[in-house]
Design a protein around this ligand. Structure first.
Ligand SMILES: NC(=O)c1ccc[n+]([C@@H]2O[C@H](COP(=O)([O-])OP(=O)(O)OC[C@H]3O[C@@H](n4cnc5c(N)ncnc54)[C@H](OP(=O)(O)O)[C@@H]3O)[C@@H](O)[C@H]2O)c1
Length: 314
């Protein structure tokens, strides 16, 4: 497995991480098989969130029940806090961050988290409080590194003014059919739909500040619209993916993963599959590199899908 630098942490991490949002959709035995498949493939990075599951904490609990101390020591465990499940309430208060981290530690059967992320922006966030919570978690050895998810440039910059630990990562939605963070820079100073700057240039900000972008939902279009490997719905994109897969003697899954890995920002792809064979197909993406022409062909076809999923202009 290819390793990439993980922000300013000094850690080298696998270019693909195993996302655990859907771990409650399979049996415990199948979940265990996925974990071991990942570890055997050199993927020791697992992504969680306190809210994953039908009830908050369900996915972390399933995962935790499968861990032994020696297994845990082989892993980099990341989770997220800051959402009250099914209420629309976001919460970056010191009290919530500390309680959520403690709950995650208990459910994951571990006494430290490698990485804790703020899950989705809280409009009422007070960075001083977040800094206090992070200090306490860091000093006590309960959290090694911190990051954010779904934040724009100015939200990160505001946090950075107060935090005493660097932001290591920003987890954002990125896929061929959701290339928003890339497409904005391609349409600067034009009248095209991607031209408005909706994220403050988050891609380049992260590169400038050595913040690793983690790409979530690497195969979805829209907001959990489904996977874009739907040949009837997206014939042009799938024809191109399949043709490129044939050239590289690989699968459509590997090509779609390789498209994200080809970007020089060195993003980490967060997988979502619960199928070991599909997970291994993703891992093959680190064995080849898409040409510039291949990358751009997929970019334009994916951007078309993304644009079509936007609401009509008033
Ligand atoms: N920070 C955030 O706000 C945020 C939001 C969402 C997700 N995430 C993280 O990102 C991870 C990945 O997200 P995701 O699960 O949405 O990723 P995804 O890989 O885009 O989607 C995974 C889903 O697609 C299915 N799938 C994949 N390839 C398929 C194919 N060729 N045909 C049919 N179905 C296919 C998988 O089914 P199988 O299991 O059958 O393969 C699974 O149900 C999550 O686990 C979580 O850790 C973070």
């Amino acid at each position: 497995m290819k390793l990439i630098p993980f922000g300013a942490s000094g850690l080298s991490v696998p270019a693909i991480a195993a996302g655990c949002m859907r771990i409650n959709a399979v049996t415990k035995k199948e979940a265990g098989r996925l974990i071991h498949t990942a570890l055997d493939a050199g993927v020791n990075f697992f992504d969680h969130a306190a809210v994953y599951g039908k009830e908050a904490g369900e996915c972390e609990s399933i995962f935790g029940s499968l861990l032994t101390p020696s297994l845990r020591e082989q892993m980099i465990l990341q989770t997220k806090c800051g959402i009250h499940k099914n209420t629309g309430v976001y919460d970056f208060s010191k009290e919530h961050i500390l309680k959520s981290a403690e709950d995650s530690l208990r459910r994951l059967h571990t006494d430290y988290l490698d990485v804790l992320l703020l899950h989705r922006p809280d409009a009422l966030m007070e960075p001083e409080e977040i800094a206090e919570a992070f200090d306490r978690l860091h000093r006590s050895g309960k959290v090694r590194f911190f990051g954010v998810s779904n934040q724009n440039t100015m939200q990160m910059a505001l946090l950075e003014k107060y935090l005493r630990q660097p932001l290591i990562t920003n987890q954002l939605q990125v896929s061929i059919a959701h290339p928003a963070i890339i497409a904005q820079g391609m349409n600067v100073n034009t009248m095209k739909p991607y031209a408005p700057d909706r994220d403050g240039g988050v891609l380049n900000y992260c590169r400038l500040k050595d913040i690793t972008i983690q790409a979530w939902s690497p195969f979805q279009y829209g907001f959990f619209g489904g996977v874009f490997f739907d040949r009837e719905r997206f014939p042009k994109l799938n024809e191109a993916i399949d043709r490129i897969a044939e050239t590289h003697h690989t699968s459509n899954t590997a090509v779609a993963t390789a498209w994200i890995l080809r970007h020089p920002a060195q993003m980490q792809v967060i997988s979502g599959t619960m199928k070991p064979e599909r997970f291994l197909a993703m891992c093959q993406a680190t064995d080849f590199v898409l040409s510039r022409e291949e990358w751009y062909e997929l970019y334009y076809l994916g951007a078309e899908i993304y644009e079509a999923s936007q609401p009509p202009r008033p």
